[in-house]
Design a protein around this ligand. Sequence first.
Ligand SMILES: [Zn+2]
Length: 298
Amino acid sequence: MFFCSAGNCYATDFIIVDVSQQLYSYESLCEDMVLLTLGHEDIMSYESRAITSQGRNVWLIKFGDFQAENKILITASIHAREYMSSQLVMRMLEEYVLNYDVPNSDGITYRQCFANTCFYILPMVNPDGVTICQNGTKSIKANANGVDLNRNFPLGFGDGPRVASVPGLAYYPGVSPLSELETQAMAILLNENDFCAGINYHSMGNIIYYGASTNTPEVAEGCKKMADLVHAINGYRREYCGNAIGSFADYFGTVEMAPSVTIEIGTANPVPISQFSGIYAKNLPVWPIVAATSSLTN
Ligand SMILES: [Zn+2]
């Protein structure tokens, strides 16, 4: 089966990443990451950046030109029930890796699209939460400690709507900023690298969130431009975030002085697998275009 987007046709049948099953598990992710790297060690590698309280790895995948100046950070499943974001990122990665040197209808390859670009991908930031969700606690966003990891960052910590005062399924920011192993791993990654852009995958709503009141004018403008760029590709509506609420995007903008967007996929949580192919078709062209634009502005 094929689908066509922006003049290019892609095979939708999976080879490695199974997009026919609802529950994309931590174990599936580990297996897919290893299989996808095999034979592609020149453009893909992985390492563990943290071990969670339940003993799972927070994986970092590097993809592209390892020596590149342009580093783009991709994150998925910081929120447990939003695990389709991991499946999306891994399936997109499979497409790019397996067809790295295959020219599209314009004669351009992914290798050319991603020249001087390396993607740093955290495909499942919250593997404990994902597993708890898939084992039956469907509404969970938090990690195994009941901390909402996307409220555990320093900028705007404890602010924002719906803050919970005790550990639970969502909106509890933790006892202090960066109290969690998962968020510490993300903060260390930012300290070690100079990222030129970031994309955070969440669900749901078909929305592109961007910006924070804590951003400098330059970063604010970059976030707006990036949101416009992604909107032109996937058609999701754009929404400015406003005040910092302890989210990773708030922190990224200030620490990295670089733009990012948060892409909310699907129309339900967890997103039903029936929506996957449509989401994939709309979002597959995002990384090449963001890479091309980032390398022009960096
Ligand atoms: Zn989310």
